[in-house]
Design a protein around this ligand. Structure first.
Ligand code: GAL
Ligand code: MG
Length: 982
């Protein structure tokens, strides 16, 4: 970045000469200490278009040609040739730490800042919200400072460098690859740029340097304030006051002045405390996040105000007692999710509104906790978490995954570890939402971690600390850098066994579990059943919130960038666009669709698994049905039920539905009470289900009145089976024994395969299925026998390593045909995707109505969130567009369904038992051969699967497979169904 225009001919920029991108000991130079003072006033924003050029290396000369780039933003999504790249563990370049590649995209950003004339005599500070990964700062050609660390702000003192009333030229040089990249090897897209806002602010020369708030649920409040200046001592008479919701707080005693006597003082002038006890304090917790407004004022001797800092604070305590994590003395369940700062158009730059929308959605789906995977998130996220109510695990920006072992003990990185952790703590310490500090992710465990842990434990004894890499060596250890056992993807049995072992020493809260890649989150309900039933287990954080698909133009493969606003809807990219994942930008090294592993699509549309979570987290539950009525329970930790309303609904198999208002009893947390059955249940009508639809009655900051919160239900009566009546008629079959039917374009045949889910692929099942030949079974008819009206077709379905014997008995019954099927799977096929029937219908049948679980997609091991009832959904909306096409759109527990055209013609099917059914526009092979949705061509008719057995989804793409009870066993399977014309 040698630029003669600003440095003079032949001059070498000292910041470049230092080569800080390959110097791990250099974490910063000229960067101000981190603090928690609020600087929202007296600010000059510098966001917008900056002059920009992309150099091939940090020491390449700055050329003449400037283009422009938007700040905040990543250049990788703004039209440069340096495009996003996705790698998980492996580094995107070959160099070992601390080295970076010679080809090292370096963005030079430049603009004028009109420093206000009224800032004369004031201290002037530049803040760069975040830049990845090394930032070099020059003002008017003079070197100002260096900072590393892509997810925290860097501030530089410009007093004396800029002249109030005149423009100053600010140049920010951002080097993409550095020694720091090796400790920012998180599983996400690699970008380069300035991702958070840039601004200048001004203070009095003597200013509030930090504010530390300790607010306990007893009502005790302590606010410690530090004062600094460029030099000199604190003049007599300067003092602090505070206001808490309008109540005056006064300075408690003298300022501790460390340098009062000494003329050669440092900039640290003193520290003083405001203190009070708030009677009948409204405490903060994630359910009722009560906040108070605190204003800290630094007064000059004449009473005028020299500096101000505003905070929204919450009174709460977090502690570990034995193996329980307590909030205000209560053992709470942690229903968490891992969240990245992500946006499909702007990458790591996220707006306040977007973050708010993330959290609002999470609240509505029952989440109460966030791990800021894997770095300090945008500062506004913590304000929102305080306000809306989330427990936050705040994680430091340390992940040295590819070279973890070398780095964890490398003394050259010691400073970086302590710097990253301590700066995070200094920034976020006043947020009530932050309940746990995390030292980072997947960086092995070494002395550098212990150093950082030591710093945190001394500086903030009010919060526990966690680090997965430390605790994984022995969950029961008591002397490592983690106060919590926080494994990732631990088998449920291991967690339960540990809690029952008598060895448990600390809370067990998984930092990652239930990997949400593609069609996933199988056994989530089993996890929660165990967590709620086992003392010592307290929850975990689902991996993860987002599918990180980037909106991409198909025609030229370019990211859509900010121009892509509105070019997606309901999880789907507009025609001509798609959601890019690893490899789609031509990367030579990449990890494919592993970047798409979230509970929501890239546009935040919830996936069906979100409904599963919502129900598992239900605040009100139906405990059981007794003679005296329905027993309801309040499953919250701090709230009554008064903010909720209920409505009863009774669904009978014959189609009858009754609804009526529900009185929710006044229950305290943990209490249960019986309420009378709201209806006289009719004697006829068959199977009967009672559902309580729970909605928000009192508007919440995150949900208007009427928002549905959960739909718990209970079965009141089992099914009554009405036998089919055989009739005297013939069924038509072709020469191969295949049913001929006017509404079917492909006759019912046996299916053992599904388009592999990501779990199937990465867990190895899909490979076995291909080896066995399940994706291309060859059918051979063995015999066709007629016995009166009944037709028996025996067939063999041959794979490459085994043959399945299949029998279909077709019986004409009143209104249609009954199909009784039997398949015998050889022992070799000991784990197949499904055993069932597939057929295809004529075009025009566009509406599916069914009695069974719904309306959302559900699978055998992910069916807690889909109540039994009468549901109807257009066929095109049944399918879930997981980023990489795969098995999708299934509905569990279907008793019967009808597929109809707008004129109400069509077919209907009744099933012998509740079965897994799917109706889509795609054959399994259509899905399996596509990489993206824009490659799929919907078929005009419907592809219908009725499964006697369907394999659970599990989470084997990263973590445990489904449990054995959800596998499809070899041997004999029998099922039957009746097809009728409407
Ligand atoms: C974890 C890791 C996450 C992510 C996840 C898989 O090991 O901490 O960052 O890689 O696995 O999606
Ligand atoms: Mg990793």
């Amino acid at each position: 970045m040698n630029d003669p225009s600003i440095l003079g001919p032949g001059a070498v920029d000292p910041l470049v000469a230092l080569r800080p991108w390959e110097a791990p000991e250099v974490t910063s130079w000229g960067r101000l200490p981190m603090n928690a003072v609020d600087r929202r006033s007296g600010v000059l924003p510098l966001d917008g278009d900056w002059r920009f050029q992309l150099l091939s290396a940090p020491d390449a000369p700055v050329g003449g040609a400037w283009s422009s780039a938007y700040v905040p933003g990543v250049w990788t999504l703004q039209g440069t040739d340096d495009l996003p790249q996705y790698t998980n563990v492996r580094m995107p370049f070959a160099e070992f730490p601390p080295h970076s590649p010679a080809a090292n995209p370096t963005g030079v950003y430049e603009r004028e800042a009109d420093v206000p004339a009224e800032w004369a005599g004031r201290r002037i500070v530049l803040r760069v919200g975040a830049a990845e990964s090394v930032l070099l700062v020059h003002v008017d050609g003079r070197p100002v400072g260096i900072s590393k660390d892509s997810h925290l702000a860097a501030e530089f003192d410009l007093t004396g460098l800029v002249r109030p009333g005149s423009p100053a030229t600010v140049r920010l040089t951002v080097v993409k690859w550095s020694d720091a990249s090796h400790i920012e090897d998180q599983d996400q897209w690699w970008h380069g740029g300035i991702t958070r806002s840039v601004l200048l602010y001004a203070t009095d020369p003597l200013y509030l340097a930090d504010v530390t708030v300790r607010a306990h649920h007893s009502g005790e409040l302590r606010v410690d304030c530090q004062v600094r200046s460029a030099g000199g001592a604190l003049p007599a008479g300067w003092h602090l006051t505070g206001e808490l919701d309008g109540q005056l707080l006064v300075q408690d005693g003298e300022f501790d002045r460390f340098n009062a006597e000494d003329e050669r003082v440092s900039d640290f002038l003193g520290e003083a405390r405001l203190q009070t006890t708030v009677p009948e304090v409204r405490t903060w917790n994630a359910e009722t996040p009560e906040l108070y407004d605190l204003t800290v004022l630094l007064h000059r001797a004449d009473g005028t105000i020299a500096d101000t800092s505003r905070h929204r604070i919450g009174f709460r305590d977090v502690e570990i007692a034995g193996r329980d994590l307590l909030i205000n003395g209560e053992r709470v369940f942690i229903r968490g999710v891992n969240r990245h700062d992500f946006h499909p158009l702007t990458g790591r730059t996220v707006s306040y509104d977007d973050m708010r929308a993330d959290l609002v959605l999470l609240k509505r789906f029952g989440f109460n906790a966030i791990r800021t995977a894997h770095y300090p998130n945008d500062p506004a996220l913590y304000d929102l978490a305080d306000e809306l109510g989330f427990y936050v695990v705040d994680e430091a920006d340390i992940e040295s995954h590819d070279h973890a072992h070398e780095i964890a003990d490398d003394p050259r990185c010691l400073n970086a570890f302590v710097d990253r952790v301590s700066r995070m703590v200094l920034r976020d310490k006043n947020h009530p939402s932050v309940i746990i500090w995390s030292l980072g992710n997947e960086s092995d465990y070494g002395a550098n971690h212990d150093a950082a842990a030591g710093w945190v434990r001394r500086h903030d004894p009010t919060r526990p600390l966690q680090y997965e890499g430390a605790a994984k060596l022995d969950w029961a250890a008591t002397d490592d850098a983690s106060d919590i056992a926080c494994p990732m993807y631990a088998p449920l049995e291991d967690c339960v066994a540990h809690a029952l072992s008598g060895r448990q020493t600390r809370p067990l809260i998984q930092c990652e579990y239930s990997h949400a890649m593609g069609n996933s989150n199988g056994t989530l309900a089993d996890h929660w059943a165990a967590i709620e039933a086992t003392p010592g287990l307290q929850g975990g954080f689902i991996w993860e919130f987002w599918d990180h698909g980037i909106l991409q133009r198909v025609s030229d493969g370019r990211p859509a960038g900010r121009a892509g606003a509105g070019l997606y809807d309901n999880g789907v990219a507009a025609p001509g666009y798609r959601w890019a994942y690893g490899g789609d930008f031509g990367e030579s090294h990449h990890d494919g669709a592993f970047i798409a592993d979230g509970m929501v699509f890239p546009d935040r549309t919830p996936k069906p698994a979100m409904y599963e979570h919502r129900e598992i987290a239900a605040p009100v539950r139906i405990e059981c049905f007794r003679h005296e009525g329905i027993v309801l329970g309040n499953h919250q930790h701090f709230r009554g039920l008064d903010w909720l309303a209920g409505e009863w609904r009774l669904d009978l198999a014959d189609g009858t539905t009754l609804t009526g208002p529900a009185e929710l009893p006044n229950l305290r947390p943990g209490e249960t009470a019986a309420v009378p059955l709201p209806f006289e249940v009719p004697h006829d009508g068959g199977e009967a289900w009672l559902t309580l639809r729970v909605t928000v009655a009192e508007e919440q900051p995150w949900a208007p009145r009427g928002t549905e919160m959960c739909v718990p239900q209970i079965r009141l009566r089992g099914p009554a089976v009405a036998p089919d009546v055989p009739v005297d008629r013939q069924v038509e079959v072709d020469g191969e024994g295949l049913l001929l039917h006017p509404l079917l374009t492909a006759a019912p045949t046996l299916s053992l395969w599904r388009a592999p889910t990501d779990n199937d692929e990465l867990g190895g099942m899909a490979g076995r299925w291909r080896t066995w030949g399940l994706d291309a079974l060859v059918r051979k008819v063995v015999s066709v026998r007629r016995n009166a009206g009944r037709l028996t077709v025996e067939a063999e379905y041959a794979g490459t390593t085994g043959v399945v014997r299949h029998r279909q008995v077709l019986t004409p019954v009143e209104g249609g045909v009954r199909v009784d099927e039997e398949a015998e799977l050889p022992e070799a096929f000991d784990d197949v995707a499904r055993v069932g029937t597939v057929f295809e219908t004529a075009a025009g049948l566009d509406l599916l109505e069914w009695f069974g679980q719904g309306p959302w997609e559900s699978y055998p091991d992910r069916s807690a969130g889909a109540p039994v009832g009468h549901h109807g959904v257009p066929v095109d909306e049944l399918f879930t567009p997981y980023l990489r096409p795969q098995e999708s759109g299934g509905r569990h527990g279907v008793r019967r369904f009808r597929l109809s055209a707008p004129d109400a013609t069509g077919l209907w099917v009744t099933l012998d038992e509740p079965r897994q059914v799917s109706v889509t526009r795609y054959r399994a092979e259509d899905l399996a051969s596509a990489r993206h949705h824009d490659e799929l061509v919907p078929r005009p008719g419907c592809v219908v699967h009725i499964d006697a057995a369907h394999r659970g989804l599990g989470t084997a793409s990263c973590g445990p497979d489904t449990s054995p009870s959800y596998l499809v066993a070899p041997g004999i399977h029998r099922w039957s169904w009746t097809l009728r014309v409407l």
